[in-house]
Ligand binder design. Structure first.
Ligand code: MG
Ligand code: MG
Length: 275
């Protein structure tokens, strides 16, 4: 309800450790899907790769049956931004850019992450689009600090994209709190002024997910009730990680290295829990 902020779930270190397990399943599945994504491969083939990883790990998919979603991944190619439904008839082609979004549950705790993967040789502006989107995600994650405010993240993402050139920052969609549910309070816009919203506190876990286009920020949903496309047909990139804030710093639960490489570059020291 407007004006009544929903409480943000605070996790214990034990719960965050379970989210790390889920996050590593997600990281492994995305790495395998990245390796499998090639011309002629269908988006449903990628879904099968994720199902295999879930089975081996004894994990549950976050997306399957979520409000009726029929698959374990979202596969969004080119002008599709997010929430694309995998299909046997949709084969990847040289030059495509696919966003693969995936979530897994371990003992009731979720991990959520997305990557954009170029198929074969993509146009230079498409490669750059994905790079800009990924960098903005890391700049957003670098703004997750004890005592900071929620929209510090939004502002860091927006500033990162704006400093890189003219891009559309998708309106209306964004990141979210995560924990015992995939989508929890708060909603995290990928744009806005810094210094507003709830104070960032140890125990919070947030999924940060910029969506960036080569054209408009406007989107519409297709008749399938899921797929979100740009209204002008311009291509989009989408990257996401789940990050937990601990007493002594952040831990990127869906990154194999806990986020060390990218956060160190940005002068951020990780929690010792990150190893
Ligand atoms: Mg996701
Ligand atoms: Mg998400």
């Amino acid at each position: 309800m407007r004006g009544v902020p929903e409480r943000i779930q605070l996790k214990t270190e034990e719960q965050i450790a379970l989210m790390r397990e889920a996050g590593l399943v997600v990281a492994r599945a995305l790495a395998q899907m990245r390796a499998a994504a090639a011309p002629g491969v269908s988006t449903l083939d990628l879904d099968a790769v994720a199902r295999d990883v879930l089975r081996e790990a004894g994990a549950t998919p976050s997306f399957l049956n979520y409000h009726g979603f029929p698959a374990v991944i979202c596969a969004s190619v080119n002008e599709r931004v997010v929430h694309g439904i995998p299909s046997a008839s949709e084969k990847l082609s040289d030059g495509d850019l696919i966003s693969i979004d995936f979530g897994a549950i371990i003992e009731g705790w979720h991990g959520d992450s997305a990557i954009s993967v170029p198929i074969g040789e993509v146009a230079p502006e498409v490669a750059e689009l994905s790079r800009v989107c990924e960098a903005s995600m890391w700049d957003g994650i670098a703004a997750v600090r004890d005592g900071g405010r929620l929209t510090d993240i939004s502002h860091a993402v927006e500033s990162s994209i704006r400093s890189a050139g003219r891009y559309g920052i998708v309106a209306g969609y964004g990141g979210h709190g995560i924990g015992s549910e995939m989508h929890m309070a708060p909603h995290i816009l990928n744009y806005g002024k810094a210094g507003k919203g709830p104070r960032l506190t140890p125990g919070m876990a947030l999924a940060i997910e910029p969506m960036v286009t080569l054209g408009t920020r406007a989107t519409e949903e297709l008749d399938d009730g899921w797929t979100v496309v740009t209204t002008d047909g311009s291509w989009a990139a989408h990257w996401e990680h789940t990050v937990a804030l601990l007493e002594d710093g952040p831990w990127v639960l869906t990154a194999e290295d806990g986020g060390r490489q990218e956060l160190t570059k940005r002068g951020v020291e990780l929690s010792v829990q990150a190893g």
